[in-house]
Design a protein around this ligand. Structure first.
Ligand SMILES: NC(=O)c1ccc[n+]([C@@H]2O[C@H](COP(=O)([O-])OP(=O)(O)OC[C@H]3O[C@@H](n4cnc5c(N)ncnc54)[C@H](OP(=O)(O)O)[C@@H]3O)[C@@H](O)[C@H]2O)c1
Length: 316
């Protein structure tokens, strides 16, 4: 049943108050939903630190935002390539040095539907490495600052978590034997959700109730996601889809993550996103969350596999 918490229009940025003094870290904010999230937060006087892999695209994005919102817009970037653990470590060190508070870390960046198996410099399947391991390490390394701020972690996932094998292929987590662009992407987005829900469990067990963790998705939104990493056929099929009403703007796609980064009174064990047709478009609210996304045994195992993979132990 559709969520009616925010009325028939769902949550919109009109609900935002002044965000002066608050700082939001957004991964992958030079384009797509991340860029639009930055734009909305800046319009409300927030400080935004983008964590992007491309300095050129970051400078262009900052120039565009300042052009629209004025030179006083408080936006900057720290270079970070999620596909490299060394780069994530360097970025985290820079964050701890230069960003005094973190009201929300928005884990937004991703690659999708990579047509053939590629490995990151650390030897991880590229989507698992970028989307899950990169964020897992980043969040762990800067958790102390998020906690000191009583901030949040927002994981941007995908309805793709409902597709594919709906679990983690632990015996071949890199998909060496049966790589499949969609199923492997689905695994990476499910892994991100499991990170969030397991973190909720661990925070509750440790009595650390000051940090909140939310999960959302943008539905089907017209961004660069498929153009950046998808194969030719997928790009063509996606382009056709963007001509239909089944795909919404990148701006609307950013609303769930902005809501989860700012709004009080949300549920943590939930999945927020569009609540219209197929939950791919429409008013933003609480969507359907299927239980395979918070299977305790799988989440616990993934957590320790992830700690070993990235060489970092969370202290909770
Ligand atoms: N669009 C949709 O319909 C849809 C549907 C379901 C879920 N999502 C999710 O929505 C989120 C936002 O994606 P989007 O649709 O806005 O896609 P997008 O336009 O392609 O934006 C993705 C961002 O991630 C960055 N990124 C990719 N690899 C990175 C890396 N190794 N290190 C750091 N940043 C990296 C990209 O940087 P570059 O510009 O350098 O490539 C870009 O800024 C993702 O988590 C995605 O899985 C999107």
């Amino acid at each position: 049943m559709a969520d009616t918490t925010f009325g028939p229009q769902g949550w919109t940025p009109e609900r935002l108050g002044d965000l002066k003094g608050k700082t939001y870290l957004i991964t992958g904010a030079n384009g797509g939903a991340g860029f639009q999230a930055a734009r909305t937060l800046l319009k409300k006087n927030a400080t935004v630190v983008m964590l992007n892999r491309s300095p050129e695209k970051s400078q262009a994005a900052i120039a565009e935002l300042k052009e629209e919102l004025g030179q006083g817009a408080d936006v900057s970037f720290i270079r970070m390539d999620l596909a490299s653990l060394a780069s994530v470590r360097a970025a985290a060190a820079e964050i701890l040095k230069s960003v005094p508070r973190i009201d929300a870390l928005m884990c937004n960046a991703a690659i999708a539907q990579v047509p053939t198996q590629k490995l990151t410099v650390d030897g991880f399947e590229s989507m698992l490495g970028t989307n899950h391991y990169g964020h897992f390490l980043l969040a762990g390394l800067i958790f102390e600052r998020i906690e000191a701020t009583k901030g949040r972690i927002v994981v941007v996932s995908s309805l793709g978590y409902n597709m594919g094998i709906k679990t983690i292929q632990f015996d071949d987590i890199n998909w060496d034997k049966n790589y499949h662009q969609n199923k492997t992407y689905s695994q990476s987005k499910l892994a991100q959700m499991m990170f969030a829900y397991e973190l909720q469990n661990k925070l509750a067990a440790a009595g650390k109730m000051d940090v909140q963790v939310y999960v959302c998705h943008p539905g089907s939104s017209k961004t660069s996601l498929i153009k950046t990493s998808g194969g030719r056929l997928t790009r063509f099929a996606w382009w056709l889809m963007t001509l239909s009403p089944m795909v919404q703007s990148a701006e609307k796609g950013s609303w769930p993550e902005v809501m989860c980064a700012t709004m009080d009174g949300l549920e943590q064990r939930a999945l927020y996103g569009p609540t219209g047709r197929l939950e791919a478009v429409g008013p933003v609210g609480k969507g359907t969350l299927n239980p395979h996304a918070y299977d305790n045994a799988v989440m616990e195992r993934l957590w320790s596999v992830s700690e070993n993979a990235v060489g970092f132990k969370w202290t909770l």
